[in-house]
Design a protein around this ligand. Structure first.
Ligand code: MRU
Length: 348
């Protein structure tokens, strides 16, 4: 996608460096961070310079490649296997992370030229993400009618999924094909991925939108102001339960109450057959600091962290929740839309 007229991917690799858009600084500053080794890329994932399931996956694939490039001749595989474990320990919920590390590792292990295979496979993971995102846009666009008001949660745009996004991909295509649409953006506390990132993406694309407080969606639904909900996914269990940013479950329950279609957009690389149900999906707990403090720039553009809660109180900060399949109207994938909710409701 374009920023200031120049085409960018959220994360990319050149030679042995991984380059990524520093998402913690957005929307206030647009900076590219260069990570020169796999450990630095691990830290970038952990500290959310790069975030969102697909972008995490792409970064993890490139981090694996860096490990292959850095590995000494003696103890080559031991080095790479240790690195793989470190990369996989950065963020536990995003399935695309494991999808990418396993693909790169397996391709290299089965090759006469492991380094070359690692480089090619990591790039293929990134390119496949981009391809899948576009296809999700095409299928999802069919659900969007002219005049629709769409609610989205968190950021599942091109910053989260190379190169077009998942939940935002159908929205981009609807806009590009001339449909008159409006997007309500959940702010998505505590880190504000909606207020900061989704709003920034939509603004760049000239798509009309409003940021709403996280607790406003039910009110808007009740007033008949939302026609469709589309969210992303971090991991999808075999039974169709979906882990996504904390707060998604609440929106899904509300959408059901008010008869509003609730769609999840995610490629099949986000599906995890080894998790039978949502209960098996590991949910990342993040620092209480993210709830207690907010960051933003002063008038000189310097970023500051300020306390926004009662001093002395602690906070609990689960990063994701699981929406049972019965609340999901359909999952928009790169292969088509899986409409499983009716089956699930009968099953339950
Ligand atoms: O914690 P984050 O910002 O990495 O959260 C992941 C997400 O961006 C969302 O849950 C998103 O909706 C799905 S990822 C495309």
């Amino acid at each position: 996608m374009k920023v200031n007229g120049k085409n960018y991917r959220t994360v990319w690799m050149e030679s042995s460096s991984v380059f990524l858009i520093e998402q913690n600084l957005l929307p206030f500053k647009f900076e590219i961070f260069e990570s020169k080794c796999y450990k630095e890329t691990c830290l970038s994932i952990k500290n959310m310079l790069v975030r969102g399931a697909g972008a995490i996956g792409t970064a993890a694939g490139f981090a694996m490649t860096q490990a292959f490039l850095q590995a000494p001749k003696d103890g080559f595989w031991e080095f790479v296997e240790t690195a793989k474990k470190e990369i996989e320990a950065t963020r536990p919920t995003a399935q695309n992370l494991f999808h990418a590390t396993n693909l790169v590792f397996e391709a290299a292990r089965n090759s006469d030229d492991p380094i070359k295979s690692a480089v090619e496979t990591a790039q293929a993971v990134a390119d496949k993400d981009a391809e899948d995102s576009h296809k999700i846009g095409e299928f999802g666009n069919e659900l969007i009618q002219d005049g629709f008001r769409i609610l989205t949660h968190c950021n599942a745009g091109w910053l989260a999924f190379t190169d077009f996004g998942t939940a935002l991909s159908p929205i981009y295509l609807a806009h590009q094909t001339g449909k008159n649409i409006f997007v309500y953006v959940d702010e998505t506390r505590p880190r504000g991925q909606g207020a900061r990132l989704t709003a920034w993406e939509l603004q760049n694309e000239g798509i009309p939108h409003l940021i709403i407080p996280d607790n406003a969606a039910a009110h808007l639904m009740q007033q008949g102001k939302i026609d469709l909900v589309i969210v992303g996914a971090d991991r999808i269990a075999a039974n169709g339960d979906v882990a996504n940013k904390i707060g998604t479950l609440e929106k899904a329950i509300c959408a059901r109450e008010f008869g509003i279609p609730f769609y999840v957009a995610a490629p099949t690389s986000t599906f995890d057959e080894s998790c039978p149900t949502g209960k098996d999906i590991p949910i990342e707990g993040r620092s209480s600091e993210e709830v207690l403090y907010q960051t933003g720039p002063d008038e000189n553009g310097e970023m500051h962290k300020i306390l926004v809660c009662s001093p002395g109180s602690d906070a609990f900060n689960p990063a994701f929740d699981v929406t049972p399949a019965k609340y999901i109207t359909g999952i928009i994938t790169e292969k088509g839309i899986i409409k499983n909710s009716i089956v699930r409701i009968i099953d339950n």
